[in-house]
Design a protein around this ligand. Structure first.
Ligand SMILES: NC(=O)CC[C@H](N)C(=O)O
Length: 278
């Protein structure tokens, strides 16, 4: 079952290839094109020395100016992101002296890094996979959301390069070794390792201690659906035929009229389902 807001966009980052030739750049653009189906709205690439950050965009928030990669004020920090940051407005409010260049929800990642360093990831409420390059010391970090809604793979090239990609097919041919990036983790080039950034208190509980509370479940479920209505483009609900997707559709239809998107596109909910011809 697909959440109301799409999770697509394709990212590819290649860091430290030790080759700044045009041939290498073309190769990386060609590999990024293998992710084109994840984002038809824009293809972007930023290179700094022998590091490349590429993006295929499916525009959700600020379609007109939120193209990626995204930057901090002086473009020393570059990010390529697949995801939606639901609390980006609140986070922006904490970054009053930062100047934002776009209305993209993802730009906040570059500014948070500037302000707080690597430790900002647990401030994000959303689903995401991203790679961030700090050109000042050529360090980089990559992170994936708490439960791995957005896909991410990581690989290592024979030339010492480190790769990240939304799908395996953009790195498998050029990496000697690759892994599925673990959800809730952060990779930092400074320490050279992966560490878990998602550490909720219940992680260490072997037996859940919170009592069953159906009202709380209902409230959390509704909140989870409503925050996913953050979009500037029309959306629909994919119905699986079961109870879960029907519940999602019912919450969406109750709250559709309050959304920004309804003012522009009308408040009729579109639903889809998949069938097989026999
Ligand atoms: N599909 C995505 O990952 C979207 C990225 C970003 N939130 C945007 O709206 O452009």
């Amino acid at each position: 079952q697909v959440p109301p807001a799409g999770t697509m966009c394709g990212i590819l980052a290649v860091l430290g290839v030790g080759d700044v030739s045009l041939a290498k750049r073309s190769r990386i653009i060609e590999l990024s094109r293998r992710l084109r189906h994840r984002g038809p709205d824009w293809s972007g690439i930023h290179s700094f020395e022998d590091c490349y950050l590429a993006h295929q965009r499916l525009a959700i928030v600020d379609p007109t100016s939120g193209d990626q990669p995204l930057y901090n004020e002086d473009k020393t920090v570059v990010v390529t992101v697949n995801g939606e940051i639901y609390n980006h407005e609140e986070l922006k409010a904490k970054l009053k002296h930062h100047k934002f260049q776009t209305g993209s929800d993802c730009e906040v990642i570059a500014h948070l890094y500037e302000e707080y360093g690597e430790e900002f990831v647990d401030m994000l409420d959303g689903m995401f996979s991203f790679v961030l390059l700090d050109t000042r010391d050529k360090s980089f970090i990559a992170a994936r959301d708490a439960i791995g809604i957005c896909p991410l793979y990581m690989g290592w090239g024979l030339d010492g390069s480190v790769w990240f990609s939304s799908e395996m097919k953009a790195l498998s041919d050029d990496c000697e070794r690759f892994i599925s990036f673990p959800p809730g983790h952060l990779y930092s080039s400074k320490t050279g390792g992966l560490r878990r950034w998602y550490n909720p208190p219940w992680f260490s509980e072997s037996i859940p201690s919170a009592p069953y509370d159906p009202l709380l479940i209902r409230e959390s479920f509704e909140k989870a659906v409503i925050k996913r209505l953050m979009t500037d483009v029309p959306f629909g609900v994919l119905l699986s035929g079961g109870l879960d997707s029907s519940l999602v559709a019912s919450v969406v239809s109750r709250h559709l009229a309050e959304t920004k998107v309804a003012r522009q596109w009308g408040n009729k909910l579109h639903t889809f389902c998949i069938g097989l011809k026999v």
